[in-house]
Design a protein around this ligand. Structure first.
Ligand SMILES: [Zn+2]
Length: 145
């Protein structure tokens, strides 16, 4: 399998080909791309999205409404402003996006831990505590959600 970083580079290049980063008006209309971390745990996704302020980079995570109802949420980690982007050439733009994307990927990965009972690797929002997933906490300790 191709290393993650090489895949991320290909992904960023394809985004830059699909929508011109220097054409803010065009980019603002429709730019949301996600990238799956294939082969890692439950294959979480990171994303790049355009906003009025710039390019937002973050990851997708489950949020719990009222503590019970799962909804998909976007967790913003970094913002590259239009001013910054426009001051760089294409090569530098891609470098900066890659750097922030890799930071986002690493911080998302750090949120994953193995459950001490079922040994499944899960993100923080699917665990009862540091070492225990929700499923095992309710099965072993009778915790009800
Ligand atoms: Zn478990």
């Amino acid at each position: 399998m191709k290393p993650l970083k090489a895949k991320a580079i290909d992904w960023i290049i394809s985004i830059c080909e699909q929508c011109s980063i220097n054409d803010k008006e065009k980019l603002l209309m429709d730019c949301f791309f996600n990238f799956k971390l294939e082969g890692f745990a439950d294959e979480p996704e990171v994303y790049i999205k355009s906003t009025l302020l710039g390019l937002e980079i973050g990851y997708e995570a489950t949020l719990w409404l009222d503590g019970h109802t799962p909804v998909a949420g976007l967790m913003k980690k970094h913002l590259l402003t239009w001013e910054t982007l426009q001051s760089l050439n294409n090569e530098k733009q891609q470098e900066m996006i890659l750097e922030l994307l890799m930071k986002t990927i690493h911080s998302r990965k750090r949120q994953y831990r193995k459950c001490q009972f079922c040994e499944e690797k899960l993100p923080v929002e699917h665990r009862f505590d540091k070492d225990t997933c929700f499923g095992c906490a309710s099965e072993r300790w009778g915790i009800v959600y």
